[in-house]
Every structure is written in structure tokens, then in C-alpha cells.
Design a protein around this ligand. Structure first.
Ligand code: AVJ
Length: 333
């Protein structure tokens, strides 16, 4: 009933506040202050990101879709289970689901005892996950869909599906949000989740002209600026804060060449003093000082293939789109 829904909502709110407090304690009182990118994605932020993927300046989504479209058969190969981390709307995986679903109704699945191919979307957003899983279920009657709710950096398995015939997908270039250390933990986690014969496909952005990179994160229409500033609204909606006002900040996208990454910053345009009563902590920023809200690392394909090899993944295949803007590496356990 309504009361139960309210109680559940309050519990979710407390959980979010505790998670944000932990993230702030881990980075907001450092120099520079940081807030992890997961706090971009409330309902409005997710909608803004969706708009970003269609911007002229933001090439990654289109470039990756081209790779998935042209390589769908090679990527799916003989997989019987497709697991997508951070599936969101499940839009990106559809060309692969087409291949997976095209196998149903054949001799294999009509014989007694065999099960339909399985799709496992994994996402942290419960509502989006339920909605998109239902949509895939309706659109692909030949597939089984088994959504898993969870933080994609902290999955503890076991993964559904038949070991050895699973394909794990991590698309969009989100691997670029991780530091080198976080990436090592992530690859180790993935390796633990998989079994011999399972495969892992990873989408990543390629190093290119810094002007294009900066523009991809600072579009002319200001959608990315709004996306970045929205994080401050998410923070004030999640926690009690004093002195945190989006009008005191401006969006900035910077190419950090030595670290091979785009950085998104919120730069204070005047001196600010931000307090968090529940933490008992205050942070001051002088005009010009910034909060780093995202890193988006760009790769040379060899770097990822080598790191993956160090975690027990072998036989790397690397594809790019025709313009060589974006890459995908597929490895085997
Ligand atoms: C969703 C993490 C892949 O880093 O390109 C887009 C997020 N941030 N514009 C990226 C993002 C600003 C995006 N990822």
C-alpha cells in the first residue's frame, strides 16, 4: 500500500544519504575535492546523459553503436548468456540481442531440455532496470531475461547462465571513469565472476585530437554543463547541506595529457563555504578552485589488452569504428 511505499522510499533515501556521505568523506575534503560520477545520475541526470549521447560533439555512443552493428555476429559468437553491466535502457545491447534471439526456434531450442538464451541486465537503478527488462522481455519472446540489481563495481556472483558460454559486456566507455587502481580491482572482480570459456567485451574511447575530446564534454548547447551542475542539485536533494549553490559554479572540461584523460570540473566563480551538518564538516573553496566530478580516460588499445592479460584474460580482439574514434576489446577467460 501507500504507507509501505513511503517507508521503502524513506529507507532508500537514508541509504542514498549514507552512500553519498561515504563518497564525500572519501574525496570531498581532499585537494582537489572530488565527487564520483555516479552522483550525476538521478532521473534528470539520466535524461541529460541520454541527450548528450545524441549531441553532434559527443561521438562515443554513435561510434560504439557502429562497432556493435558491424561486429554483432563475431561478438556474440556462440554465447548462450549475455550479461550487460550498467545496462540502463538496454538500448546498446539490442543489436546483440537480435543475434542471440535469432538462434531460438531452431533445432537446438526446440529439442527437449534446452533452455532459451539468457539476457542478464545489471544496473544500480531499480526502476530503470525493471522497466527495460520488461521491454526486452516483450520484444524478444525467445529470450529469457533475468535482471540483477547491483553496483557494477561490487558484484559478488555467481553470475546466472551456463559457465563457458557467457559473454559479459561493459559498454559506453565507462571504464574510463575508473582510476588505474579502480580498473585493476574491476578487472579482478570480472575475472572472478567468469569461468573458463566465458568472454568479456569492453568498449573504450580512443585518444584523439584534444579539441574534439574537450568539445565532446563541453557542447555548444550547454547540455553537458547542465549535466555537470545537476550533480550539485543531486547532492543538496540527498543530504542536508549549507552554502552549496549551483550558481556559485561553472562547468569546465579539461584534457589532462599526462593522465590521458578528460576531466570534468565544477569551478567556483566566487569564494564558497559548504557545510555538511550530518558530517560535522565544512569545506571552503576559493574563487577559481574546482571540484573534480569525473575522469574519462582515453586509451591506446594495447594498454587495455596488456592490463587484461595481467588478470588472466587472453586472445584479445580489438575493433574500432571506421573513423577510429572508439574501440572495443574482446577477451576470453
Ligand atoms: C557514461 C561515463 C561513458 O565518460 O563519456 C558524458 C559520461 N560525462 N559526458 C563519458 C559523460 C560527460 C560518459 N560515460
Amino acid at each position: 500500500g501507500q504507507a509501505a511505499a513511503e517507508v521503502a522510499e524513506q529507507a532508500a533515501g537514508r541509504e542514498a544519504a549514507a552512500a553519498l556521505e561515504a563518497d564525500l568523506l572519501a574525496g570531498f575534503f581532499d585537494d582537489p575535492p572530488t565527487v564520483p560520477p555516479r552522483w550525476f545520475y538521478d532521473e534528470k541526470g539520466s535524461r541529460l546523459f541520454d541527450q548528450i549521447t545524441r549531441l553532434d560533439e559527443y561521438y562515443p555512443t554513435r561510434a560504439e553503436a557502429e562497432i556493435l552493428r558491424t561486429r554483432a555476429r563475431e561478438i556474440v559468437a556462440d554465447a548462450h548468456t549475455l550479461v550487460e553491466l550498467g545496462a540502463g535502457t538496454c538500448e546498446k545491447a539490442r543489436v546483440l540481442l537480435d543475434v542471440l534471439a535469432s538462434r531460438t526456434g531452431g533445432a537446438e531450442s526446440s529439442s527437449a531440455g534446452t533452455t532459451a538464451p539468457l539476457f542478464v541486465p545489471v544496473d544500480i537503478s531499480t526502476e530503470m532496470l525493471a522497466e527495460s527488462a520488461r521491454a526486452v522481455n516483450d520484444e524478444y519472446p525467445g529470450l529469457r531475461v533475468e535482471p540483477v540489481e547491483g553496483d557494477l563495481t561490487a558484484l559478488d556472483g555467481p553470475l546466472p547462465g551456463e559457465p563457458g558460454r557467457r559473454l559479459l559486456l561493459f559498454l559506453g566507455g565507462t571504464v574510463g571513469n575508473f582510476t588505474e587502481t579502480q580498473r585493476a580491482h574491476f578487472f579482478a572482480m570480472i575475472r572472478r565472476l567468469l569461468a573458463p570459456g566465458d568472454r568479456f567485451a569492453l568498449g573504450f574511447d580512443l585518444i584523439k585530437n584534444p579539441d574534439r575530446l574537450v568539445a565532446a564534454y563541453d557542447d555548444a548547447r550547454g547540455i553537458t554543463a547542465e549535466f555537470n551542475l545537476n550533480m550539485l542539485d543531486v547532492i543538496t536533494a540527498t543530504l542536508t547541506t549549507e552554502g552549496l549553490d549551483r550558481r556559485d559554479f561553472r562547468h569546465q572540461s579539461v584534457w589532462n595529457a599526462p593522465e590521458s584523460r578528460i576531466e570534468m570540473w565544477l569551478r567556483a566563480v566566487r569564494d564558497v563555504r559548504i557545510s555538511f551538518p550530518t558530517l560535522g564538516l565544512t569545506r571552503t573553496l576559493q574563487a577559481g578552485q574546482g571540484i573534480r566530478t569525473e575522469i574519462a580516460r582515453k586509451f591506446q588499445p594495447d594498454v587495455l589488452a596488456t592490463e587484461l592479460a595481467g588478470h588472466g584474460f587472453t586472445r584479445p580482439t580489438v575493433w574500432t569504428d571506421a573513423a577510429e574514434d572508439f574501440g572495443m576489446v574482446l577477451v576470453v577467460v
